[in-house]
Design a protein around this ligand. Sequence first.
Ligand code: BTN
Length: 269
Amino acid sequence: MKRNTFFEEKLKTLLGDCPFFDHAVCYDVLASTNDTAKELAASGLGEGTVILAESQTMGRGRMGRSFFSPQGSGLYMSVILRPAGKVSDPGLLTACAAVAVYQAILDMFDISVSIKWVNDLYAGGKKLCGILAEGHLALRPEDTYIVLGIGLNLAPPGGGYPEELQDIATSISEITGTNRLPDLTEICASVVRRWGELYEKLPDSRFLDIYRSASCVLGNEITYVKEGKKFLGKAVSIDDQARLVVLSEKGETQVLESGEVNFVRPVLL
Ligand code: BTN
């Protein structure tokens, strides 16, 4: 893996006036930007450190899934947070990151995007972006850190999508119908800037109104898993902790903190 000092300098210039940003560490390839971010956080690097890689060999998603991360195809980045004395609820931080990426995409591209609770962004019925928050809870609050990993598909992989992704993944260029994309540092800077704006306002959770209005889940029939059991219900609301409130088919109200929901019928995303 080679350090990309050109990207590091560019991010420093682009984010010079962003109070959240500390500095960037960029590589051509990493196993996973989340893993490197965790190592750097454990070694003491501070909040606002951004780790960017042009590709990942072991990109990870939630629930033990892998995140396909070939070169020239996506934005793979992680941000270190040190939430001592601030909001540290991973659900809320993940929702906040989803809104930041949503806003950054709308700032840069004329496309329509929706948020699928809790951490995915969709466009044209397929997944465009995933977010993975991982944390280390320490005895001393100042040693606690959270790493927010963001994987945003920008262009179809040169060699095509692996079979299992063909019907479920999409990218910005497939949605806009153009191959001209801003470079990785511009997109990364846009995400960090939007993230910083929202993060500094926490615990103000008004960003959740944007989350709710962009949600493709609310009002729809879904299946979900609670305490190991699968249920059918309707997504009714998203509360101020970014939890999903569901009315089960038996008429019970259930509150989901994490997990994944699936649509019962195809939904216009
Ligand atoms: C998901 O879809 O479940 C979450 C995907 C998160 C992918 C990003 S890419 C950058 C960071 N590094 C990783 O290994 N994962 C996250």
